[in-house]
Design a protein around this ligand. Sequence first.
Ligand code: CAA
Length: 282
Amino acid sequence: MFNVAVIGSGTMGNGIAHVFAQHGFPVALIDINQPALDKALGTIGKNLDRQVTKGSLTADDKAATLGRLTPYTTLADGVRNAQLVVEAATENIDLKLKIFRDLDQHAPQDAILASNTSSISITQIAAVTQRPAQVIGMHFMNPVPVMQLVEVIRGYATSDAVTTQVMDLARQLSKTPVEVNDYPGFVANRILMPMINEAIYTLFEGVAGVAEIDTVMKLGMAHPMGPLQLADFIGLDVCLAILKVLHEGLGNPKYAPCPLLVNMVAAGRLGVKSGEGFYSWG
Ligand code: CAA
């Protein structure tokens, strides 16, 4: 079993740590402060409880999963023995580039360095390291313990061997990996975000209300949740940032973010995390 280190203990980071630990991997979970790590371990415990209640996991499996997780507040200590690092820090390019420079210095030379980025170029991240062939995208979907997909993104220099290893690791998590190339938004967000943006335009132009738009897509297209509710879950700031990457990176006006989305983000209406988005989440 690979030694895994996960950087960032937020929603994605704790979900990624959860699935690796549940599938037998020793996991170092790294964040900058202890309260964040305590909160993440609490969340993982609650999500494991759901699985125990549903009967998909035993109480012993839960205890063993938690036993495989070790929290660290310093990156250098947490990645010292890692064979795979999955970075799931905030979606900020300067922060990610700094983390990858640090990883290159502190992780073993043969370790694979993966990013869970939803839209930042893997090629650009890889270029700040001395091992671009070992840098790859491992994009999990939220909620990580539930969603089957891992989008595996090959940067310009990612080797075949590393891609094969990461595809195999995703299968060991009982997930389905899909290999894609490194272009803006990869595949998932290149297709998802224009749909969300179009739903926001449909609202902006007064074609229909929030509940109506979501009901059309839920009941008409069998989506588990409507695009406006999904945008609230993802975070409107994250949706806006990804649309900007698509717009700038592909140079096509069809990706221009809807002015209503821009305004909502400027007003601090970010969806579930701020309590208000297209819906109230009080
Ligand atoms: N951990 C463990 N299990 C969880 C869980 C978690 N965090 N969240 C939900 N579950 C489990 C539940 O226990 C339940 O299990 P059973 O099927 O065994 O009963 C199952 O998941 C379904 O949950 P619920 O019954 O509570 O709720 P639901 O039926 O409404 O489903 C949902 C919830 C799975 C989130 C569903 O609404 C859904 O699929 N939504 C869309 C999710 C989506 O599109 N994700 C991708 C977002 S985009 C992204 O992540 C990438 C990006 O870059 C922006």
